[in-house]
Ligand binder design. Structure first.
Ligand SMILES: [Zn+2]
Ligand SMILES: [Zn+2]
Length: 335
């Protein structure tokens, strides 16, 4: 087991705890794992698991130990399929936990992973990313595609109710960040487990998906839908706990994407006929790199993904034209 400095769980409420799971060499820095501890005869709920790598497993095990959670009495809810959240599902299942997950993301994560990677890899190559950059990204981000293996899950639908740890939790489907992302809402406690739907000091990555027409449109709809819920305690999957009300953050995120769409239209007005990869290199990103060429390959991949989801949205709105010639990446211009 790797030696790591594990943090004490923080008690947020009588039965609600959080502890960080470190995500080494990753710009997300850490995952917030949440635990609802059940009373006698009740099951516990643990939300999200970290990557399948020793540092994450050590923090997870230490959290379980400090909160005296027995795996056989613990349900594990995965907010979405990304491996910083779902990476240890099989590991925890083997320890005796029961896994719960939204049905849509479970269907995707159950596909052989090499298929998903091969398909999205082909897509970014088609959109102009050089092969050497893709290979470097895969080399640097190996854990992104690694999980502890296949697992069985209780598959959840939008509107399902979970009764756990003396609370009633509503499953809220929030597609966008992933096609089947799911939040959990405790109406009585006005508490929302957010996964990566709303983060407070970074903006969730919205990328392309092979079988989704408009992931950004889905995300913006899911953000607006979140405003229906009164939320006193918002629990994001990464970084610091909120300093501002969630409604305020949702408005900021809506503006952020609007700004990015306008930035994209402006760049294409000045320089029509760019490929998606070239366009990504001309947009403004919040990253400390001297130039597009010096972006770490993983960040380039994320920026290109973000660019593609915004392009899909503008194409569907009829604001852009996409032209293709044989053997060349598509080029984008204003309509
Ligand atoms: Zn995620
Ligand atoms: Zn995440």
């Amino acid at each position: 087991m790797a030696k790591v400095s594990t943090a004490e769980p923080i008690r947020l409420e009588e039965d609600l705890f959080t502890f960080p799971i470190p995500l080494p060499n990753n710009p997300l820095k850490w995952l917030n794992c949440y635990v609802l501890r059940g009373g006698p005869g009740e099951r516990n709920l643990l939300v999200d698991t970290g990557f399948y790598r020793p540092e994450c497993i050590a923090a997870l095990e230490e959290g379980l130990r400090q909160l005296s959670l027995k795996p056989e009495d613990t349900d594990v809810f995965l907010s979405h399929l990304h491996s910083d959240h779902a990476g240890n599902a099989r590991y925890l299942q083997d320890r005796g936990c029961r896994i719960l997950m939204g049905a849509r993301d479970y269907a995707i994560i159950s596909l052989p992973s090499h298929n998903r990677w091969a398909r999205s890899g082909q897509h970014v190559l088609r959109e102009g990313m050089p092969l050497r950059q893709l290979e470097r990204m895969r080399q640097e981000n190996r854990e992104v595609s690694v999980t502890s293996g296949d697992f069985e899950a209780v598959q959840l639908q939008d509107g399902d109710l979970l009764r756990v740890a003396g609370r009633e939790l509503l499953c809220v489907l929030t597609p966008g960040h992933t096609p089947g992302h799911m939040c959990l809402y405790d109406r009585q406690g006005e508490t929302m487990f957010l996964g990566d739907h709303v983060l407070f000091d970074i903006s969730p990555n919205i990328t392309f998906w092979m079988d989704v027409a408009d992931p950004l449109g889905d995300y913006l709809d899911s953000l607006r839908a979140m405003l229906r819920f009164p939320v006193r305690l918002a629990l994001p999957g990464h970084r610091t706990l909120p300093q501002i009300p969630i409604e305020e953050r949702i408005v900021q995120l809506l503006h952020h994407h609007q700004w990015r769409l306008e930035n994209m239209l402006q760049v294409l007005a000045e320089e029509p006929g760019l490929t998606a990869y070239e366009l990504a290199g001309r947009m403004r990103w919040r990253i400390h790199a001297k130039s597009w060429e010096t972006f770490p390959p993983g960040q380039q991949y994320f920026a290109l993904g973000e660019t593609l989801s915004h392009l899909d949205h503008l194409l569907l709105q009829g604001k852009l034209r996409r032209t293709e010639e044989p053997e060349c990446p598509p080029r984008y211009s204003l309509l």
